[in-house]
Ligand binder design. Sequence first.
Ligand SMILES: [Zn+2]
Length: 425
Amino acid sequence: MKRLLAFLLATGLVVAGAVWLADQPGEVVIHWQGWRVDTTVPVLLAALVVLLLLLGVAGRLAWLILGAPGRLMRARLAARTRKGYVALSDGLAAVAAGDRRAAARLARKADTLLRDKAVTGLLTVQAAQMSGDAQHLHHYYQTMTERPETAFLGFKGLLELALKQGERSEAREAAARALALQPAADGIAATLYDLQMEAGQLTEAELTLAVARRHSSLPAAELARRRALVSLARAEAAQAAGDTAAALALALDARDVQPDLIPAVSLAAGLYRQAGKDRKAALLLQSAFRATPHPELVTQWAALGGTDTPLERVKRMQRLVETNPASPDGHLALAEAALNAKLWGQARTHLDTARTQRPSPRVFAQLARLERDEKHDEAAALAWLAQATTSGADPAWICRSCGHAAPVFSVCCPACAAPGRMEWR
Ligand SMILES: [Zn+2]
């Protein structure tokens, strides 16, 4: 209704204007290039209006003809982008469905159509991950590291890839870059620490722990355990270099940070003994045995009584074991000392207790020795030894990562190089 009114009003105005113009007297004479035009003002105005209309139509035609290629290009680009996004969406669906071949094909298609790695990167990486195409993956992770938004994920991907391929130094580099970008990221500090420790980069490993502490990316107990391990590795290096004073200080530091780190206690006790400080060594060993009875401590304790008679050794061993009387390793240590002193009754009592607590080849071997030494009973000895073959294994240092078992502790597993994985069990 409003539009009709406006139209009527406009038409009325135009008609009125035309009538008014037609009523106006006046002539126009134009001289141009030897031409002479005689006309009235209304006719000239009408001619001007017609000319303007013609120019408008011509302009519109020119726009239609000249702009056609551009519009065509834009339309094709829009169609291409649409197809690209469809491929991207289908590709992600294929990844979710676990369809490796479709994912790879659609990733390639989306990549070709969209030509934007920032958009197709995730699909391409996931498709490459599914197909196990390491070369492709490496390339895409590398590309991701070039954009600030995806750099962390790129380095994390490169780290995982390098770890899978056993490229330790490349993994170390990628982990360091990833940690620099996101210091609080889960697991990166721990992985970088492990890689640095196995490469013997103790200073770098300590710096990594400092970053983890600042950003609370590792629990306090885990931080302490790892820091103690660095000190122990440093102590071992100092001892190997002949610097026993530094080795002792570092071993004590490791023990202070993690009191149940038996190898650190054992190293410190041995170094005290070498320095003639037997009393300090004894106090250290007793306090450690009280909390964590371990055969390594027994060995160091026995070494303190270098010139003891067998009977004195029994007494000495009692002073250690009484700090933790219930331990099977204590009973075994006392039984061995008693056997050496030919105290058969005592030896048997302790061996029986140790056998009840933890039957193991070492206990059965000592029982066999008792039968041989006391009664010269070879048959009874062999019967005990036969039981050793069916009993559980003696405790040993066992790698939590690869299961490798070793009689002596090492900071890094001798089989898989992982640091801090050896557990006594
Ligand atoms: Zn291992």
